[in-house]
Design a protein around this ligand. Structure first.
Ligand SMILES: Cc1cc2nc3c(=O)[nH]c(=O)nc-3n(C[C@H](O)[C@H](O)[C@H](O)COP(=O)(O)OP(=O)(O)OC[C@H]3O[C@@H](n4cnc5c(N)ncnc54)[C@H](O)[C@@H]3O)c2cc1C
Length: 414
């Protein structure tokens, strides 16, 4: 595979760079690296991030691989990655923390949504006018997502939902949500799930913020109490929710793995030049240089793995389980790189307050937020299970409950 730009890609890169130069300022070393999506307070940052998404959309770069009929560019996933690489050099708000979910929901609506409402939602969601959240995890169902207990009961042309979701990013701001719920508890757990879209402003939805260790409250508990949703909001067949959610999560993991890490490595090299070990710049220490080189090698590995995935997407093939490799390596890499920055900074690395900390506290804040990619979208261990079972063909994880009816499992299942 040739990793250099083709002439068309080079032309796209030049166009993207020219547009960015005309519409944004270059990033300087002290500005937030904006690597981790849950580091700051999303509610406060959202208006600026949304305005940037709207500008990108209007400029033809906000929905690159979506068809023109929905306001997209009709481009490729590789062009999306090229734009992300170029954008990383500019001081612009991160938009991934809402656009990953928005893009996933739009792709889902294009694939499964057959009703006029579904199509009406795509353009404003790609533009950033509508914000989506994903109502999947529950207190007893995170890694074991097929264990969700939220009940979906049919009542004429409507469904009635009761249950609790947790860790729902942006639910307090969202206009729409995608929801996984149990429509049949008498069959094995993967077979009794259905998938819906829900208007988050409906009566019967209550959100309660969760305070994060970074100080922000970007995710929530969500309580569904006799929430009524028309059957027109069902996506896919009744009982086929597992298939829908698996393809949705593959897209999310792929998007997480597309994160641009080169600015983080460049910032780490700058830091190693600034701080001293034994009276000499840290960069002169062989051990420091070895760590930096190691980060660079792993970053290149993730980038090329992601390019394989994007090539598959460009050929209209389904991205494979290799996405799990990208997500797994990237998640640990960000955490290790930010921890290394704190080591280099010594005691100063522990100062969080932007007003007093070196570089406005960007490194300790990024480190605190770095746990996100090791959990959100599926934990490291679950990625290892995917790699072991679906890539390496190793024996399956023990799943004693796979064939039993869900309501025979105990623990309140019904
Ligand atoms: C920042 C952030 C944002 C999130 N946003 C959302 C969101 O918007 N919507 C949403 O629905 N969810 C969201 N989540 C939830 C996320 O998907 C779950 O946290 C994740 O799937 C893990 O589930 P859990 O927290 O229930 O942990 P558990 O599933 O209880 O796992 C606990 C530990 O056990 C390990 N473990 C579990 N099962 C196995 C196994 N079979 N083999 C080996 N190890 C195992 C896990 O790897 C983990 O280390 C978010 C999470 C984070 C951190």
């Amino acid at each position: 595979m040739d990793f250099n730009d083709t002439p068309d890609e080079a032309a796209f890169r030049a166009e993207a760079r020219a547009w960015l130069q005309a519409n944004a300022k270059p990033r300087d070393a002290t500005q937030s690296l904006a690597i981790n999506q849950e580091t700051g307070d999303f509610s406060a940052d959202f208006p600026r991030a949304r305005a940037w998404q709207v500008a990108k959309f209007e400029g033809g770069f906000g929905a690159i691989y979506f068809p023109r009929q929905h306001g997209g560019r009709g481009g490729s996933a590789l062009e999306h990655m090229i734009f992300a690489q170029e954008e990383a050099a500019f001081d612009v708000p991160a938009t991934n923390h809402f656009m990953i979910v928005n893009r996933g929901c739009c792709a889902l609506l294009m694939k499964h949504g057959s009703r006029p409402l579904h199509h009406e939602l795509i353009r404003p969601s790609l533009r950033g006018d509508l914000l989506w959240c994903q109502l999947f995890s529950e207190p007893g169902a995170g890694s074991d997502l097929a264990g969700v207990r939220t009940r979906a009961e049919r009542d004429g042309d409507e469904w009635v939902f009761n249950g609790q979701k947790i860790w729902t990013s942006n639910a307090h701001l969202a206009d729409w949500g995608v929801l996984l719920a149990r429509s049949d508890a008498t069959v094995p757990k993967h077979k009794g799930l259905s998938f819906f879209i829900v208007d988050m402003k409906s009566p019967g939805i209550r959100t309660r913020p969760i305070r994060q260790l970074t100080g922000g409250s970007n995710f929530n508990e969500v309580f569904l109490e006799d929430l009524r949703v028309p059957d027109a909001c069902r996506i896919g067949d009744i009982g086929a929710g597992w298939k829908v959610v698996v393809s949705f999560l593959a897209g999310e993991r792929g998007n997480i793995a597309v994160k641009e890490l080169q600015p983080l490595i460049a910032a780490l090299v700058r830091l190693a030049r600034q701080v001293h070990i034994g009276g000499r710049p840290a960069i002169e220490d062989g051990g420091v240089r070895e760590r930096l080189a190691g980060f660079h090698v792993r970053e290149a590995g993730v980038r090329h793995t992601v390019q394989r995935m994007l090539t598959a997407l460009a050929r209209r093939e389904e991205p494979g389980p290799e996405i799990a490799i990208g997500k797994l390596v990237l998640g640990t890499l960000v955490q290790e790189m930010t921890a290394f920055a704190l080591d280099l900074m010594g005691g100063q690395g522990a100062v969080l307050d932007a007003a007093h900390a070196p570089l406005a506290g960007v490194w300790p804040n990024e480190w605190l937020g770095s746990v996100v990619d090791r959990l959100g979208g599926g934990s490291d261990e679950i990625m290892r299970n995917v790699i072991g079972e679906r890539i390496l063909g190793l024996p399956e994880d023990v799943r004693v409950d796979k064939q039993l009816p869900f309501n025979a499992l105990g623990g309140g299942a019904r």
